[in-house]
Write a protein that binds this ligand. Structure first.
Ligand code: UTP
Length: 270
């Protein structure tokens, strides 16, 4: 069965973007003319996803309103039945980490695998097929426990990301935010995954870390230790992950897309 289900976790508190996120979800911050989460949903639809579960939480209602039909404003093209997309919502009981949020995908009933896309990261893709499509294709062809997107980052940035160890065809583990001198590679996990249902089961059984958050890395490391295969797929030329999780990253992302768009680039040079 093809992978047509996806989970987009959008329940994080967005504390690094305060005060912008006091009442507004960070995933609703616009980049040019659209909120970030719309880029994510559009990317998934292009990759063949037909059902999306948005894992929301407190102060996140604007996301549901955004994708709702509105008699005064008109409907979103994404909601047009012709798009073939079904959007579902559930609420994370408390912000107990990304791993906990993804675990809500178990309720989706995905039998063969589920795409996971972080709601606060735009994946710029010049390639055809797109990165998300390549992740799904790799998963469907090889049926590992997980396929994860990875991006090469500069040594001084490895301490911000989950970093993979071992050959990309079968990684030997993941290390969360290692100091540069202890990073096993420069391949950083890049906000997109495809998980077999057993990964969602493993997340449900993974204890929270000292900070009270369930870490994806802990669940994947346990599966790898048990002999499961996890494949890392690198971003290709022209592909880039753009986070908006900090003010600096948000500004850099906005300016990058403005520069790349002839409608706005001239505004930046004045
Ligand atoms: P982050 O860890 O970057 O988001 O999660 P955060 O917790 O909102 O960030 P800060 O540290 O408070 O600024 C990446 C993605 O995972 C979601 C977020 O909404 C974001 O899209 N997430 C994170 C959840 O859905 N639930 C969580 O418990 C944590």
């Amino acid at each position: 069965m093809p992978v047509t289900d996806a989970v987009i976790p959008v329940a994080g508190l967005g504390t690094r973007l305060l005060p912008a996120t006091r009442s507004q979800p960070k995933e609703m911050l616009p980049v040019l003319d659209r909120p970030v989460v719309q880029y994510v949903v559009e990317e998934l639809v292009t990759a063949g996803v037909r059902r999306v579960l948005l894992v929301t939480g407190r102060r996140k209602r604007a996301i549901e309103d955004h994708f709702d039909a509105d008699p005064e404003l008109g409907s979103s093209p994404l909601l047009d039945p012709a798009s073939g997309l079904q959007i579902l919502y559930t609420r994370q009981a408390r912000p107990a980490g990304l791993g906990d949020a993804i675990g809500y995908g178990r309720g989706l009933g995905a039998t063969d695998g589920v795409m996971v896309a972080l709601g606060d990261a735009i994946l710029e893709s010049a390639g055809n097929p797109s990165l998300s499509r390549r992740l799904i294709d790799t998963f469907e062809a090889q049926r590992p426990a997980a396929v994860i997107a990875v991006e090469a980052v500069a040594p001084e940035r490895v301490s911000r990301y989950g970093i993979v160890a071992g050959p990309l065809e079968a990684i030997t583990g993941l290390v969360e935010k290692p100091p540069a001198e202890r990073a096993p590679s420069r391949w950083a996990v890049a906000a997109r995954y495809v998980f077999a249902p057993r990964v969602l089961d493993a997340l449900a059984g993974t204890p929270p870390d000292a900070g009270g958050e369930v870490q994806v890395a802990d669940a994947l490391n346990a599966l790898i230790a048990g002999g499961e295969r996890v494949i890392a797929v690198p971003l290709g030329p022209g592909e880039r992950r753009h986070d908006i999780g900090t003010v600096e990253a948000y500004v850099a992302t906005f300016v990058h897309f403005a520069r790349a768009d002839p409608r706005f680039s001239a505004l930046l040079d004045g």
